[in-house]
Write a protein that binds this ligand. Structure first.
Ligand SMILES: Nc1ncnc2c1ncn2[C@@H]1O[C@H](COP(=O)(O)OP(=O)(O)OP(=O)(O)O)[C@@H](O)[C@H]1O
Length: 242
């Protein structure tokens, strides 16, 4: 455990305390606690079913029932509806990417509502992902997995959100595309975005993130900074079952 680096941030972009969540009768988060400092990249690691996606969905307000505290820039959001949370500057990129199959690239980009004037324009998004410019008039269903992922990330930048929740952005993608997604994440960090990432790919997580939290059975059971994750990588790979 290396916690010392985490203590120094006075005002985190996101702070979660005692988060519980349920799907019907099924109680899946059991008191999640962690902070995400502004301008940093943080990952949630853990085995399948540990509760990582549910944590992201809870932050976005899209699980049926949650309790505890989730503050975004000091504002409590636990009782807010998803559209109110979005207005606090939070955007979620789901694991299935949520691309509309019958809409083309431009239509997919232009669908989300802007929440403020910080949102990127379509041109700025296409500058960030030049491959998408070549595919501008292709329907979502004809895009490769990598193109869909880039579109899914690009699209949420249009909203003006500054806290980006990305659920397994590298899943099923070829190494060259994973590298491109990593470059994009680092570019966004350099632009001041705060990013919370769910990842199964430990090496990828290590290449982009400042801090990591290990989730198990709906709780945060360990935390690592850049140095301590290097030291614990082998043990963690065994623990993650990958
Ligand atoms: N819509 C749902 N309805 C009921 N149970 C769910 C639902 N979504 C997830 N669960 C359950 O909640 C638990 C946590 O799932 P979650 O998707 O958050 O895990 P995860 O760590 O993101 O893993 P994965 O990578 O498999 O998605 C699991 O037991 C899962 O089966």
């Amino acid at each position: 455990m290396a916690e010392q680096a985490l203590e120094q941030y006075a005002s985190p972009m996101l702070s979660i305390q005692g988060l519980n969540a349920w799907y019907g009768e099924s109680h899946v988060l059991h008191g999640i606690d962690f902070d995400v400092p502004e301008g940093q990249v943080v990952t949630l690691l853990g085995r399948n079913g540990a509760g990582k996606s549910t944590t992201l969905k809870s932050i976005m307000g899209i699980v049926p029932r949650r309790q505890g505290s989730i503050t975004v820039q000091g504002v409590e959001t636990i009782t807010q509806r998803p559209f109110q949370i979005a207005r606090q500057g939070v955007a979620f990129c789901p694991e299935d990417r949520g691309i509309y199959a019958t809409l083309d690239v431009r239509e997919n980009i232009e669908l989300p509502r802007r929440i403020n004037s910080n949102g990127l324009t379509t041109d700025q998004i296409l500058e960030l992902f030049p491959n998408l410019r070549e595919r501008l008039h292709s329907p979502g269903s004809k895009l490769s997995g990598g193109e869909q992922q880039m579109l899914a990330i690009g699209r949420i930048l249009r909203t003006g959100a500054r806290l980006l929740l990305l659920d397994e952005p590298t899943e099923g993608l070829a190494p060259a595309i994973v590298e491109q997604i990593g470059d994009t994440i680092l570019h966004l960090k350099a632009q001041g975005y705060t990013i919370l990432l769910v990842e199964q790919n430990l090496r990828f997580a290590m290449s982009v993130a400042d801090h990591h939290y290990l989730v198990d059975h709906g709780q945060v059971v360990d935390r690592y900074d850049r140095e301590s994750i290097e030291q614990n990588a082998d043990a963690l790979l065994a623990r993650l079952g990958v």
